[in-house]
Design a protein around this ligand. Structure first.
Ligand code: MTE
Ligand code: MO
Length: 376
C-alpha cells in the first residue's frame, strides 16, 4: 500500500529564494561532472574530462555482451545490426562540441531544481560512426515518416513516468547532411567509454546534448509526432508549467574563458600578477559559425575584439580565441562573448525559463591582480 511512483503531473521544483543547493542536486552533480575549464586548452577534450550527463544509470555492457541495433517502424526493410556490422559500413568522423541544454541552470533565480550546472557542461570530441542517413536509406523510409525515435538501453523514472531514455529527431534532420547525424561507435579514435554510450550512441552536431542518445538500441520511424517524456515534458522552453513551450534544439552561442592565473582553492577566484596576461578561451554556436569573440574586463560595460584562431574547417567544434590583457593591480570581473554568423549573441541580463535550458548568459570570472610586491 502506498508503494507507487509519484504523481506524473508535477513539473520540476523551483528552489525557494535563498535555498542552497540540496543533497539531491549534489548527488546528481557528483555523478554528472563538468569539464574543468582549464582543459579548454586542448582542442579535443582528453578522455575523462569531457562533461557527462546521465539521467538514470550507466548500463553495464562488457565487451562480450551481444548488442543489436534495430531500425524499424515506417520503413520498407527493417534492419538489425551489430556494432561489428556497423563498423563494416561507410564511416565518418566529425569533431563536435557538445553542451548540455541545462548548462548555466544553477546560476538562475529562481533555480530549477535539477542537475545544477554552472557553465562547465561542455566538451569537444571526434566521433566516428555510420551516418544515420545511410542506415535510413538502407531501411527505406516511408513517405509518411515524421519522426525518428531513438531509444537508449537505460531505464528510469522521472517525475513519476517510468521510461527508457528516448528522444526523436524530425525525419528531415535524421536524413540530412547539415548536420550529418552519426550512429557513433568511437570517441577520439577509441571505442566509446561506458559513460559516453558504449557501444553505440547518436551524435547530432550542433544540437544540445539531450538529442545525442547514448546506449542506442532502437531507431523507430513514426508517422506521428513523438510525444515521449524527454520530447514533450522535458526539454521545452516554458515560462509556466502549463505552457506548451518551444522545443530545445540547437546550441546557442557561448564563449568561455580558460581561467587565467591561479585559483583560490575555495572561492575559485583567480589570481594574476600585474603585466601582460594572455586571456584565451573557446567560442561555439550550433546555430551558425562563430564569427566573433569579445572580451570585457569590466563586467560587460565595455568590450574588446578578441582574435579568433583561423577557421580549421571544423564547423561543429569550438574555436579558440585570444586577447592580450595588461593587468594592473585591482579586482576585476572578466567576461567573454560569442557572436555567430546569424547575429545571435549572448545576453548580459539573465533570461529565464522553467527548466533552466539554453541559458547562455555571459560568464563572469572574478580575478584579483596582485600588487607588484606581493606573492612570488
Ligand atoms: N540514453 C541516454 N542518452 C543520453 C542521456 C541519457 O541520460 N540517457 N543524456 C543526454 C543528455 S541530457 C546529455 S547532455 C548528453 C550528455 O552526453 P555525454 O554524457 O556523453 O557528455 O547525453 C544525452 N544522451
Ligand atoms: Mo543535457
Amino acid at each position: 500500500m502506498g508503494h507507487r511512483l509519484a504523481d506524473t503531473s508535477t513539473p520540476a521544483r523551483l528552489a525557494a529564494p535563498d535555498e542552497g543547493i540540496g543533497r539531491d542536486e549534489l548527488a546528481l552533480a557528483t555523478r554528472n561532472h563538468g569539464l574543468p575549464l582549464e582543459a579548454m586548452r586542448h582542442d579535443l577534450t582528453p578522455p575523462g574530462l569531457h562533461y557527462v550527463l546521465t539521467h538514470y544509470d550507466i548500463p553495464y555492457v562488457p565487451e562480450d555482451t551481444p548488442w543489436q541495433l534495430r531500425v524499424g517502424g515506417r520503413v520498407r526493410r527493417p534492419l538489425t545490426l551489430t556494432p561489428a556490422e556497423l563498423r563494416s559500413l561507410p564511416r565518418a568522423t566529425t569533431r563536435v562540441t557538445m553542451e548540455c541544454a541545462g548548462n548555466g541552470r544553477a546560476l538562475l533565480t529562481p533555480r530549477p531544481v535539477s542537475q545544477p550546472w554552472l557553465v562547465e557542461a561542455v566538451g569537444t570530441a571526434e566521433w566516428t560512426g555510420v551516418p544515420l542517413r545511410l542506415l535510413l536509406a538502407e531501411a527505406g523510409v516511408e513517405a509518411d515518416a515524421v519522426d525518428v525515435v531513438c531509444t537508449g538501453a537505460d531505464h528510469g523514472v522521472e517525475r513519476g513516468v517510468e521510461q527508457d531514455y528516448q528522444r526523436a529527431l524530425p525525419v528531415g534532420v535524421a536524413t540530412g547532411t547539415e548536420p550529418e547525424v552519426l550512429v557513433a561507435y568511437e570517441m577520439n579514435g577509441t571505442p566509446l567509454p561506458p559513460q559516453h554510450g558504449h557501444p553505440l550512441r547518436l551524435v547530432v552536431p550542433g544540437w544540445y546534448g539531450m538529442a545525442h542518445v547514448k546506449w542506442l538500441r532502437e531507431i523507430t520511424v513514426t508517422d506521428t509526432p513523438f510525444t515521449g517524456f524527454q520530447q514533450t515534458v522535458a526539454y521545452r522552453l516554458r515560462q509556466h508549467p502549463e505552457d506548451e513551450g518551444e522545443p530545445v534544439t540547437r546550441i546557442a552561442p557561448r564563449a568561455l574563458l580558460v581561467p587565467p592565473g591561479f585559483p583560490d582553492f575555495m572561492s575559485r577566484t583567480r589570481v594574476v600578477r600585474p603585466g601582460a596576461v594572455t586571456l584565451e578561451g573557446r567560442a561555439w554556436s550550433g546555430r551558425a559559425p562563430v564569427t566573433r569573440a569579445e572580451v570585457s574586463t569590466d563586467a560587460g560595460q565595455s568590450w574588446h575584439e578578441a582574435e579568433l584562431e583561423p577557421d580549421a574547417g571544423h564547423r561543429w567544434a569550438w574555436r579558440r580565441w585570444r586577447f592580450n590583457w595588461r593587468a594592473e593591480p585591482g579586482a576585476y570581473v572578466l567576461s567573454a562573448r560569442a557572436t555567430d554568423a546569424e547575429g545571435h549573441t549572448q545576453p548580459l541580463e539573465q533570461p529565464w525559463n522553467r527548466g533552466g535550458f539554453v541559458n547562455n548568459l555571459v560568464q563572469r570570472v572574478e580575478v584579483l591582480c596582485l600588487d607588484e610586491e606581493s606573492g612570488g
